[in-house]
Ligand binder design. Structure first.
Ligand SMILES: CC(C)(COP(=O)(O)OP(=O)(O)OC[C@H]1O[C@@H](n2cnc3c(N)ncnc32)[C@H](O)[C@@H]1OP(=O)(O)O)[C@@H](O)C(=O)NCCC(=O)NCCS
Length: 155
């Protein structure tokens, strides 16, 4: 899937100067977005944050991963709403999985809302399997929403 990146697009490591553009996508993509400070904290902690950019360098999507011993946690993945459904989400995940394997990680973990069918479809394509449920993990319009905990074996 790494090879399927549309022509002209490229990967970049997220830097402090990208946070404004990333936070704008985040606001547009999520009902409960991370703040710019969340992204700055991620960079300060040395998390792996990748950008998918167009030929002009404009950010189209991103992923943020945190290593926990031999497990990598996918903390965030999003594509600009106007760029969705072009395979970029799959490309971002493929990149994150590839980098984790290269680093010798044994598994990738993530949380997803049961209602987030689009993301769940992307994860299902990679073979993520549910290993748990966190009750009331996410804020929601009415009360809280559970999180499915998914895991992908990277062996
Ligand atoms: C989840 C997300 C990253 C997917 O990115 P994307 O670039 O749109 O995904 P892709 O184009 O790679 O889609 C891959 C597959 O997912 C499914 N899918 C994606 N968007 C879909 C939609 N709107 N409706 C139905 N299926 C969809 C399809 O099966 C699709 O494959 P297909 O186009 O060949 O049918 C994107 O929807 C997003 O940014 N959502 C908001 C942030 C978010 O929820 N992140 C995940 C948090 S756990």
């Amino acid at each position: 899937m790494l090879e399927t990146l549309p022509p002209g697009m490229c990967w970049r490591i997220m830097q402090a100067q990208d946070v404004e553009a990333v936070a704008a996508i985040e606001q547009a993509a999520y009902p409960y977005p991370w703040s710019a400070a969340n992204f700055r904290d991620s960079l300060a902690h040395g998390y792996h944050a990748w950008l998918l950019c167009d030929a002009a360098g404009k950010v189209l999507g991103y992923s943020v991963c945190m290593d926990v011993v031999d497990e990598v946690h996918l903390l965030n993945i999003a594509v600009h709403p106007e760029q969705q459904r072009r395979g970029l989400g799959l490309a971002l995940l493929a990149r994150a999985v590839h980098m984790a394997r290269e680093a010798g990680m044994l598994s990738m973990l993530l949380e997803v809302r049961p209602s987030n069918q689009r993301a769940r479809e992307v994860y299902a394509r990679f073979g993520f399997a549910q290993i748990g449920l966190r009750k009331g993990y996410y804020p929601a319009q009415q009360g809280r929403e559970d999180a499915l905990v998914l895991r992908l074996n990277l062996d």
